[in-house]
Design a protein around this ligand. Structure first.
Ligand code: SF4
Length: 297
C-alpha cells in the first residue's frame, strides 16, 4: 500500500502539487495577512477546545459529558498557541501589521465562549479530543471522536469563521461535510479503533453578523468510501513520487484559488522558484512539533 497523506496534504496537492511542495519546505509570504491570522486563531481555538474535550472524555463510558468548561484555561492555551505561531513567523523574518493581528486575537475568547455556552454535544460520549491516527495515517489527527446522541460512533471537526452571512452557511457546511477529511477521518478511525464509524460532523462557530453554532452531519456510505479510497490511493502514489523526486510536482495553470491569486504566484511566475530570489517576498518558517494532547489510538 502506498504511503498515506493527511487531508490537509491532499487538499494542498489538489490545489497544486507545486504549492504543496513549497509549503512543505516551510515557505510562506513574508507579509502576514488576514488569512494567516484567521488560520492561527483557528488552530488556537482548536487547542483551547481540546482542553475541555479532553476533560470531558475522561467521564465514564455512557455518561453525558457534564464537565464545566475551564474557559480561562482554554483562552490561555489558545492564546499561547497563536502567540507561538506569531513568534515563529516573526523569528523567521516575517512582517505583520500589529493592529490587524491584535484585532484577530480578540476573537479567541468570543469563539471559545460561543462554543461552550451553546454547546450542542451535551448528550455525546466523548472518547478523545485531538485524536492522533499515527504515522500510518499521515500523522493526521481529528478534533473529536465519540458517540453522538444516537449512540453512533462519529468524527467531529470544529470550524470557526469570524464573519459569515446566513445565505452562505449551507454552502460552507457542504464544502466541509463532503471534503476529503470526512472520508479520511471516518475511514482512519474505523480502522484504528475497529468500530463502526458511521457519521461525520461539522461544528461551525460563527461570530458575526449573528453569533451562531451550527452542527450538521452526514452518514458515511461505505460503497462511496471505497471509491474515495481507490482515488485517494492513486493520489497518494503520485504525491509519494513527487516527494521522492521521481515526478515533477504538478502545476495549477490558473495560478489562483477561489479566493484570488495563489500566494506563490510571485515565486513561480517571476522568481521561477529560485530559492534565493524568493527570499525577497517569502520566508521559511520551521515546522512546529505537535503536542500530544490525548492519544488513545
Ligand atoms: S503559482 Fe501556480 S504553480 Fe505556483 S504554487 Fe501557485 S498554483 Fe501552483
Amino acid at each position: 500500500m502506498s504511503k498515506v497523506f493527511s487531508p490537509s496534504q491532499m487538499s494542498a496537492w489538489t490545489q497544486c502539487g507545486t504549492l504543496r511542495s513549497l509549503r512543505n519546505e516551510g515557505w510562506v509570504p513574508r507579509r502576514a495577512d488576514a488569512r494567516n491570522f484567521a488560520a492561527w486563531v483557528g488552530s488556537g481555538v482548536a487547542e483551547g477546545l481540546a482542553v475541555w474535550n479532553t476533560q470531558r472524555a475522561k467521564g465514564e463510558e455512557g455518561n453525558p459529558c457534564k464537565v464545566t468548561a475551564p474557559i480561562d484555561e482554554m483562552v490561555e492555551v489558545a492564546s499561547q498557541e497563536v502567540q507561538d505561531q506569531m513568534t515563529r513567523f516573526l523569528e523567521a523574518g516575517g512582517m505583520l501589521v500589529e493592529e490587524d493581528y491584535l484585532t484577530s486575537v480578540k476573537n479567541i475568547r468570543p469563539f471559545l465562549e460561543l462554543a461552550t455556552d451553546h454547546d450542542p454535544l451535551g448528550a455525546w460520549t466523548i472518547d478523545c479530543a485531538e485524536c492522533e491516527l499515527g504515522e500510518a495515517y499521515g500523522n493526521a489527527r481529528c478534533d473529536l471522536f465519540g458517540k453522538d446522541e444516537d449512540g453512533v460512533w462519529s468524527v467531529l471537526d470544529y470550524k470557526c469563521t469570524t464573519n459569515l452571512q446566513a445565505r452562505w452557511v449551507q454552502s460552507r457546511l457542504d464544502s466541509e461535510l463532503y471534503g476529503n477529511q470526512s472520508e479520511f477521518y471516518t475511514w482512519g478511525m474505523r480502522n484504528v479503533r475497529e468500530v463502526d464509524v458511521a457519521r461525520f460532523y461539522i461544528l461551525l462557530l460563527i461570530l458575526r453578523p449573528q453569533p451562531r453554532v451550527v452542527l450538521e452531519y452526514r452518514e458515511i456510505d461505505l460503497e462511496l468510501q471505497g471509491q474515495w479510497l481507490k482515488s485517494a490511493q492513486d493520489q497518494w502514489t503520485m504525491m509519494s513520487l513527487e516527494d521522492e523526486g521521481l515526478r515533477t510536482p504538478s502545476r495549477n495553470g490558473d495560478h489562483a484559488t477561489k479566493f484570488g491569486p495563489c500566494t506563490f504566484r510571485e515565486a513561480c511566475l517571476y522568481q521561477k522558484q529560485d530559492r534565493i530570489l524568493m527570499q525577497t517576498d517569502y520566508i521559511q518558517v520551521p515546522r512546529k512539533e505537535k503536542k500530544h494532547v490525548n492519544q488513545k489510538v
